[in-house]
Every structure is written in C-alpha cells, then in structure tokens.
Design a protein around this ligand. Structure first.
Ligand SMILES: [Zn+2]
Length: 232
C-alpha cells in the first residue's frame, strides 16, 4: 500500500492525476471525454447526457473539430464544457513550446468560429497522455489555463465492446472508493502519426447511460470543473 502511495504521489507531480483533490470526498463526479468529436459516438453520447441532464467536459482535438464542427457546437449548445486537448495530439505538441503555442491559437480560432462559442471561456486544458511536460507547464502558466485533472485513471482507450462491463465495474469501484471523482473516457484513441485509430467505441453511450443511472441511485451528483468555491 505504501508503495502504491509513493507511485501515486510521483505520478500526481508530472501528470494530471490528482487523487486527493476535489471532487474526491465530495460525492460529486466530473465526467470527461477525450479525443473527440467522433462521428460514431458523440451524438449518442450527447443524447444520453441530455436525457439525464448531466454536464460533461469534452477534451476535444482541434483537427477533429474541423471534421465535425456541428458536434462541438452541439456540446456547447447543450451546456457542456470544452477543454483544449491540443490541435494535433502529436508528440511534438507535448514537447515543443512553439508548436503548443501555435496549436493553442489554432484551437481557439476554431472554437471561436462556432455559433455557440460564447458558451465557453476555454480555460481548461488537458495535455495529451495527461503529461505535464515542461512545455505544457509553460503554456498553462503563461495563458492562465486550469488543468482538467483526474482523480484516477482506468484505461478505457483501447477497450472494445467485450471490455465494457469490466471497465464500468472498475470505474464504479473507484468512484465509491474516492467518494466522488473526475473520470475520463475516450471517444476515440488518437495516436501520433496515424489517423484515428479504429477502436469500436459503440459501447460507450450505453455504458455511460448505465454509469449515470447507477451513480444517481447511489446519491452521487454530476458537476464540472466550473465550481470555483470547491475546485480551488
Ligand atoms: Zn487524448
């Protein structure tokens, strides 16, 4: 256990893992979705969130918004938050300050072109792979961004339909253990140098539907990072 705590504290320093930070211990849950928008899952996912009146944070990749601007706009129209997850999700976007700066400007420009752009202040940032590299830290500090941090990480990125039940079970256990959490799912898996890596994510909307029903029945409340009195 002690070893686990040490590993966890090391990881919390150089990644966006923040196991001890709000909303852990609060009975609240922040749902986040990485690497979209995706033509295959986003609309069904938005339908599920709308049905339950649950807010979420979409950590979009800029070049995917170019492909599906109507999905990103719908997310804003439905009241969700958008976090910057870089334009390209490339290795270079993690290591080069110049690339990061250019990509951030491109991302903001794309969002500003959407009809519902005024619904977001674009202050949330999620680095690819969750890594706080020196370039990422410089960008976040200089632009006054906040990290879209996570309480724990259950790797759903490569999960296929047959893995859905196992992933959801793990997430439920972790949410109970932490009594609230900021959690991540992946709408797609994006890999540097390749186009969208085709993982069958058709299970995601149904799994999120089940998770929300369970969480509400357990008394958990869904929220976002926009909670200045508690987020700290
Ligand atoms: Zn990502």
């Amino acid at each position: 256990m002690q070893k686990l705590n040490v590993i966890s504290s090391i990881l919390s320093g150089c990644t966006i893992l923040e196991p001890d930070k709000w909303p852990q211990g609060s009975g609240e849950i922040i749902l986040t979705f990485d690497d979209g928008p995706s033509e295959k899952t986003s609309n069904q996912l938005l339908d599920v969130l709308y049905k339950h009146r649950v807010p979420a944070v979409f950590c979009y990749i800029g070049k995917n918004i170019i492909d599906y601007p109507e999905i990103a706009n719908r997310a804003l129209e439905d009241g969700h938050s958008i976090a910057i997850h870089t334009y390209s999700h490339s290795l270079q976007s993690l290591t080069s300050s110049r690339t990061l700066d250019e990509e951030t400007d491109s991302f903001i420009k794309i969002i500003k072109s959407l009809p519902c752009s005024s619904n977001t202040d674009l202050k949330l940032f999620r680095p690819p792979l969750g890594l706080k590299t020196p370039s990422i830290r410089r960008l976040v500090n200089s632009r006054g961004f906040d990290y879209a941090y996570l309480t724990f990480f259950v790797n759903d990125a490569y999960s296929k339909p047959k893995d859905a039940a196992r992933i959801i079970h793990k997430i439920k256990c972790k949410i109970k253990e932490h009594d609230g959490a900021a959690i991540v799912f992946h709408e797609l898996r994006y890999i540097d140098g390749r186009d969208r890596y085709e993982i069958d994510k058709s299970w995601l909307p149904g799994a999120v539907d089940e998770l929300i029903k369970w969480a509400k029945s357990e008394g958990f409340v869904f929220t976002t990072y926009k909670n200045p009195s508690k987020a700290g």
